[in-house]
Design a protein around this ligand. Structure first.
Ligand code: FAD
Ligand code: SF4
Length: 511
């Protein structure tokens, strides 16, 4: 048996509508592989590894059912050489292949690996992954010459270009942004229906991972795996979102509650990031639901959702390709502290962190505000080295792929890029956390207490951060007010904040 071309499909390229698959060609061999280095570059959550392997295996089955020739190399296969280059070389010589083709990877690391492959073939051809709504370089061109990339400008341009939620040149409803109407706290006794979970048995894959001795973090119920791992399941989750969650998506987008790990968010990030769903079909499904059901789904709900995908998701990808590889080294505040070890166990007396971390370990998921304003906020206030923060986010979440993880973590959350993504650091004291959640009610610490025993660490850390980074931040117009407040404070109070923060920082493992 011989083939003309070998086509590599990466684990996050599960796009069955890609033009590659529009016709069956017996002279084309597809290859997919589970290799050790892809599971070792970060300490991944077990649910993330299982989600990838299960989705990849389901995808292969689909392609084979359609008549495509696919070679699948499992993590447990004895002849797996655990390297893209070595596995590819072996297949190329076995089938006398002369052409190699792959789709543009989303990660810089993989882009480098694939562009340096040494293969005994006549030609290499790179294809678009046909997933994103913009090209890699579009954002760089759009913001040419600008130091800061304002997401809002990019988003408005995307709305105009696509015509989504537009009436001619104007946004439907007369406004681009309805944030002021959204973002409410979850009312007491508010009831949320059970999230859609898939409850699949993934014992076989789990055992293979254990036997292959792949390191992992987090928990799993192998008999009830909750994440979608096929296009059909992803579409089911999308439908559930449109019917059950979209009516309240914007309203409670930033809310956090002890009782619910999943609120009205879509939990579609994994399905989209591995390309089982196309971002435009997700947007169109949301808009279709809005148009059919305007009495239930208001404009602020759908606009809030569209903004995340048409805006933030495409924007972060553009920032990644405009800024890599330098972006991965940025450390604006020169933060050097270690990530507290309880980020890996949830064992802290701070209820907000305890909840967000244990939820992450249990489900490989938290929503955006938990990532930004709880775990990210604390790491920034505590001066943690962004490399360590990145490693944590890259491992723990089901949807963590570097292009979207690092831009959110290093950029939006840690302000380590000095303001390319964010206009100011996302930091807060207990007041914000208390406003948006019920975490403070049962916390060991007192949200109102600024210093002294049981004072909430976020309070003293906040002012300590403001004071310590004055030189870097005081010229930022969005920080002026904070520096005015700090300057008006009595010196004794200032010192007690700084001493309290120092006290907590010195015993950070125990707070
Ligand atoms: P929803 O709230 O339902 O939003 C719908 C979709 O919009 C998401 O599925 C996602 O595709 C997109 N989206 C929303 N916000 C963002 C954003 N800021 N950037 C890019 N896309 C966005 N997202 C990832 O996909 N992978 C990551 O590794 C990741 N790491 C993050 C780390 C930090 C520190 C922060 C603050 C955010 C991170 N995000 C990441 C962005 C966002 O938190 C997740 O996309 C979202 O929580 C996924 O849940 P969901 O599907 O329920 O999202
Ligand atoms: Fe978090 Fe402070 Fe509230 Fe406790 S009191 S939950 S530590 S913000």
């Amino acid at each position: 048996m011989t083939y003309n071309s070998l086509r590599l499909i990466l684990g996050d390229q599960l796009n069955e509508n890609h033009s590659w698959f529009s016709k069956v060609d017996d002279k084309v061999l597809y290859v997919m592989m589970e290799i050790r280095p892809e599971s070792l570059y970060a300490a991944h959550h077990i649910q993330k590894i299982i989600a990838f392997f299960t989705a990849m295996r389901a995808f292969v089955q689909k392609l084979r059912n359609k008549g495509h020739q696919v070679q699948y190399i499992k993590i447990s296969d004895e002849d797996n050489l655990h390297s893209f280059e070595e596995n590819l070389n072996k297949i190329i010589s076995e089938y006398q292949i002369s052409h190699f083709e792959f789709q543009e990877p989303d990660e810089y690391r993989l882009d480098q690996i694939l562009s340096k492959l040494q293969l005994p073939i006549q030609s290499i051809k790179v294809f678009d992954s046909e997933h994103f709504l913009t090209k890699r370089e579009d954002l760089k061109t759009f913001f040419h010459g600008k130091k800061q990339y304002l997401m809002e400008n990019f988003y408005r341009d995307m709305r105009k270009k696509t015509g989504i939620l537009m009436s001619g040149e104007s946004p439907i409803g007369g406004k681009w942004n309805f944030d002021a109407e959204n973002r409410k706290k979850l009312p007491k006794n508010h009831f949320i229906i059970n999230p859609k979970l898939f409850k699949k048995d993934v014992g076989v894959v789990f055992n293979e991972i254990v036997q292959a001795k792949l390191p992992y973090i987090g928990e799993i119920d192998t008999e009830k795996f909750i994440w979608p791992t096929s296009r059909e399941e992803s579409l089911e989750l999308l439908l559930f979102f449109c019917n059950q969650c979209l009516p309240n998506f914007g309203n409670f987008q930033d809310a956090m509650a002890e009782k619910y790990w999943s609120l009205y968010h879509s939990r579609l990030s994994f399905a989209m990031n591995v390309k089982m769903l196309h971002p435009m079909e997700v947007i169109e499904a949301g808009i279709g639901a809005f148009e059919k059901n305007k009495s239930q789904i208001s404009l602020p709900q759908i606009e809030g959702f569209v903004r995340q995908i048409l805006g933030w998701r495409e924007y972060m990808r553009g920032v990644y390709w405009a800024q890599m590889p330098n972006y991965a080294q940025l450390n604006f505040f020169n933060h050097k502290n270690k990530l507290p070890s309880w980020y890996w166990s949830g064992k802290t007396k701070m209820n907000c962190l305890h909840h967000s971390i244990t939820q992450s370990l249990e489900y490989a998921y938290t929503h955006h505000i938990q990532r930004l304003m709880i775990t990210g906020n604390f790491a920034l206030l505590a001066g943690v080295n962004p490399d360590e923060v990145d490693a944590w986010y890259l491992g723990i979440y089901i949807d963590a792929i570097e292009w979207v993880e690092i831009t959110n973590t290093r950029g939006m959350s840690q302000f380590a890029d000095g303001g390319i993504v964010g206009t100011k650091p996302y930091v807060s004291s207990a007041a914000y956390i208390d406003k948006m959640s019920d975490y403070c009610t049962s916390c060991f610490y007192d949200k109102k207490k600024k210093v002294g025993e049981r004072s909430c660490p976020f309070n003293s850390f906040y002012w300590n951060f403001i004071a310590e980074n004055r030189e870097l931040l005081e010229k930022n117009p969005r920080m002026t007010m904070m520096y005015k407040l700090w300057d008006k404070m009595d010196n004794n109070l200032k010192n007690s904040y700084l001493n309290q923060a120092k006290h907590y920082l010195n015993r950070i493992e125990l707070i």
